[in-house]
Design a protein around this ligand. Structure first.
Ligand SMILES: Cc1cc2nc3c(=O)[nH]c(=O)nc-3n(C[C@H](O)[C@H](O)[C@H](O)COP(=O)(O)OP(=O)(O)OC[C@H]3O[C@@H](n4cnc5c(N)ncnc54)[C@H](O)[C@@H]3O)c2cc1C
Length: 334
């Protein structure tokens, strides 16, 4: 039976990625009673789950910071204000009550809240699987979609599949540890950042094979090779120790899709001046939020949180507006 939690929070943030965590910090700093609910066992969203060891270069104030360290800094910043953190719970439905508050129903319980901030990012991390026949049976046996610590690849020959940022970034990151990296992409042109593509072509131990596709994964118990079909030269076998599927992830809002919010593909439409969705009392930020000109970056998500939290503060306390500077607040040194 569902455990009912009736304690009423001012704000419940759904999603414990970087943007949700910064939302919890800001809302708590400004005096709100905050709960953050994350479906994974760890906070950190894409930073922690998808690219923990990659350095991030475009977060203000950090010249270069490994994604995992950025996630841990966001956790530490948030914990200072002690919001309630709920892990391993997926929010599924929302129920609007007659008194204007909401009940959020998760797979494990019910959470009462006055306002909701959706920071659900790209939803659950569902990888785009490589189209080679039977590829699914090699997951966990040398075929990776969630990249393990880079040391795993020390001295190995690693095959990276894909032609977008995910594949090119992984090829560059893994090349620092691996003996050899081969990148296979079905087109000659890469859809990744120009500078990264240039670096990939200039890196001695990265070999680029295009236009080509992985036809079959070979091995006994673990991956030991692949058959590659080159569009002009035909098929050949290549010995590899590991394969990284770098085709990205399917964005999927999951159950939030059924909440009656106006959507744009797999994102939620918001008014950029407030970050409010088409349902009063529900805001959205970060990768999940859409408005014209939207850029999916951690930095933009942090800015959106500032706008949303100011609006939520006014929603909770009509008559107050904006956000005072943190330097002037009483509870900043908790
Ligand atoms: C390989 C890679 C490299 C990147 N490099 C950069 C970079 O250099 N700079 C940059 O700015 N950005 C980069 N990004 C993008 C950046 O990671 C995202 O913009 C950022 O993570 C968005 O944060 P978010 O908090 O909105 O969403 P997410 O990080 O996606 O977090 C959302 C969280 O919500 C949780 N969730 C979803 N649905 C529910 C639910 N129903 N109930 C409970 N929890 C739920 C998810 O489990 C997840 O933890 C990169 C992304 C990738 C994949």
């Amino acid at each position: 039976m569902e455990a009912v939690r009736t304690e009423l929070f001012d704000l419940t943030i759904v999603g414990g990625g970087p943007v949700g965590m910064f939302g919890a910090t800001l809302a708590s700093l400004h005096g709100m009673k905050v709960k953050i609910i994350e479906s994974l066992p760890e906070l950190g969203g894409q930073l922690y789950a998808l690219y923990p060891e990659k350095p991030v270069y475009d977060v203000a104030g950090f010249p270069a910071v490994p994604a995992k360290d950025l996630a841990l800094s966001l956790v530490a910043q948030m914990e200072r204000y002690r919001p309630e953190v709920v892990l391993k719970e997926s929010v599924e439905t929302v129920e609007a009550l007659a008194d204007g508050t909401f009940l959020l129903h998760s797979n494990k319980g019910v959470h009462g809240t006055r306002a909701i901030l959706l920071a659900v990012g790209i939803g659950s991390f569902l990888p785009r699987r490589i189209p080679a026949q039977g590829a699914e049976s090699w997951e966990g046996k040398g075929l990776h979609y969630f990249v393990p610590p880079l040391d795993t690849f020390a001295g190995q020959h690693v095959l990276v599949v894909g032609g977008g940022d995910t594949a090119v970034d992984w090829a560059l990151a893994v090349a620092g540890k691996a003996r050899q990296v081969t990148v296979v992409h079905r087109r000659n042109e890469f859809r990744a950042q120009e500078d990264s593509v240039r670096q990939m072509h200039e890196t001695d131990n990265i070999n680029v094979v295009t236009p080509a596709e992985v036809e079959e994964i070979l091995g006994a118990d673990e991956v030991s090779g692949v058959r590659i079909r080159h569009q002009e030269k035909g098929s050949h076998e290549l010995s590899v120790d590991a394969i990284i599927g770098g085709l990205g992830f399917h964005p999927d809002l999951g159950p939030v899709k059924t909440w009656g919010l106006e959507l744009k593909g797999s994102t939620i439409k918001v008014a950029p001046e407030s970050m409010m969705t088409t349902r009063p009392g529900i805001w959205a930020v970060g990768d999940a939020a859409f408005y014209p000109g939207k850029v999916k970056l951690i930095a933009t998500g942090f800015g959106e949180v500032g706008i949303a939290v100011a609006q939520i503060r006014t929603f909770l306390h009509p008559g107050v507006s904006g956000l005072p500077h943190s330097t002037t607040l009483k509870n900043k040194n908790r």
